[in-house]
Design a protein around this ligand. Structure first.
Ligand SMILES: [Zn+2]
Length: 483
């Protein structure tokens, strides 16, 4: 039963509700791809698909605009499936049930998929509009949310246009011009273990009470990394002759670690020196992070001796590695004030057997800077003989303040809404990073209507802002129809 049929613009909401009725979590985009291809066929529009499953629908230029440079509109077909506690939902089979709550469209107990279904619905609605426009390639990618497979698999010649508007950001009145690339460094440190020292005390040193947060969006807040804090505590106490048994910290590579725990053996007679060093360093950390992470707590309690302790040499090497590895903001952008250009995050540390695995996620808007930081991490790891793996990452999108799309977009926004839009950059990934690498010379911006709490069951999409956004994108395309 249609819930959104009274909302305006009618065609946008018709297609959005159709998307909601077709299950489309990441990796299961076939149903929605078929709907898009069928709708295009009904209107006689040419379509093509590539090997990874991306779809293009070509809307020919309106009469008189044949010579204007071609435009690509782009969104991703997949959505993140998250159900509220106590809600059973099979995202590969069950439809999303929409409801209207004031100015918002929401889903009953699940994510809505406005990210990025509204982008796709707007593209389909544009096919039925009569307005001046250049040739538009409507480009729908697969699996953005869990690996950017569609953008990774894109071949540069799949698209003709070299102006691209990505419809995957979440605030109306903002024009995004840059995103960060990202890449993991996975370090494996081989620990040497030996029999425990007779009479040694086994202790658990724990760091907690931290805020954590997103390793891109929150990295500039200067919060305390649990993994860095534990390294500093251990470093200060190394003279006590301590030996690490196990070390772990952080839950996710893309989150600032909000805890760390280490089990150590402290030789007989050195307990007091160990505790004093921990206490002093705790006071230092508390004062350093008083404003940014005031809840910091450090505790020393009895630990359990379930693995042999590492040798003193191995312990020292591991502590020095964690001290030397970079963490936090490494560079600010010269193009845009307040934008973090490059950062890295020691996300997780985990001990399995004799191997301590350390995962860092580095982000940068500048691809060469990202590569440089990864090289720095590799070099530091090499000093202690730790192996490094670097799984496939994604490149950044550097801001171009001379962009034609940006200038026209600002002008149209000013004319239609009487004010300048905010020009923004995001210190996290968008598909635009990969597009900037694959589509040589491409000019891009990223825009979208207001939505909130995406990737959660509270995800909601503003109805009024969707209407304004639809008018804006039509106005923008019309301006681009003038060659
Ligand atoms: Zn998205």
């Amino acid at each position: 039963m249609a819930v959104l049929s009274d909302l305006k613009p009618g065609n946008v909401w018709k297609h959005f509700e159709a998307f909601c009725n077709i299950p489309h979590p990441s990796g299961h985009e076939e149903g929605i791809a078929k709907y898009i291809l069928d709708e295009a066929a009904k209107l006689g529009l040419a379509t093509r698909r590539d090997d990874v499953g991306n779809v293009v629908v070509v809307q020919p230029a309106s009469a008189g605009a044949e010579n204007a440079p071609g435009l690509v509109l782009q969104g991703h077909m997949d959505m993140v499936g998250v159900a509220a506690k106590g809600v059973t939902h099979d995202f590969t089979k069950d439809p999303i049930c929409c409801l209207i709550d004031g100015d918002f469209v929401k889903a009953k107990g699940t994510t809505l998929g406005a990210d990025n279904g509204i982008g796709g619905a707007i593209m389909l609605a544009l096919w039925e509009e009569e307005f001046p426009h250049p040739e538009i390639e409507h480009f729908f990618t697969v699996n953005e949310e869990s690996g950017m497979d569609g953008a990774h698999g894109l071949q540069g010649d799949f698209l003709k246009g070299r102006q691209l508007i990505n419809l995957d950001t979440e605030e109306f009145g903002e024009i995004y011009v840059s995103c960060a690339g990202g890449g993991d460094s996975v370090l494996s440190f081989s620990a040497e273990r030996a029999a425990a020292t007779e009479g040694a005390e086994t202790l658990l040193l724990a760091v907690g009470g931290l805020k954590g947060g997103h390793s891109g969006a929150d990295i500039h807040l200067g919060r305390c990394s649990g993994n860095k804090a534990v390294a500093r505590l251990l470093s200060a106490a190394l003279d006590s002759g301590l030996r690490i048994r196990t070390l772990r910290g952080g839950k996710k590579r893309n989150a600032i670690s909000d805890f760390a725990e280490v089990v150590v053996d402290v030789p007989p007679g050195k307990g007091e020196a160990f505790r004093a060093a921990v206490e002093d360093t705790t006071a230092v950390l508390k004062s350093e992070f008083a404003l940014s992470d005031g809840g910091l707590e450090v505790s020393v309690t009895a630990g359990s001796a379930d693995a042999l302790p590492m040798t003193e040499a191995s312990t020292a090497a591991l502590v020095r590695l964690l001290i030397a590895l970079p963490h936090g903001v490494l560079a600010m952008s010269a193009d845009m004030p307040d934008l973090v250009e490059t950062s890295t995050n020691i996300g997780t540390v985990e001990t399995t057997g004799d191997t301590v695995k350390i995962v860092l996620l580095t982000r940068s808007a500048v691809t060469s800077s990202l590569a440089m930081v990864k090289e720095r991490i590799r070099t530091i790891a090499g000093f202690v003989g730790a192996a490094v793996e670097e799984p496939q990452g994604y490149p950044g999108w550097k801001p171009n303040m001379d962009s034609r799309l940006l200038h026209v977009g600002k002008e149209v926004h000013r004319k239609m809404f009487g004010g300048d839009p905010a020009v923004k950059a995001i210190h996290a990934g968008l598909e635009c990073g990969l597009f900037s690498e694959k589509l040589s010379g491409v000019d891009m911006i990223s825009i979208g209507p207001d939505m909130a709490d995406v990737h959660t069951p509270d995800e909601r999409l503003s109805i009024s802002s969707t209407a304004k956004f639809f008018d804006f994108i039509k106005g923008l395309i019309e301006a681009l129809a003038k060659a």
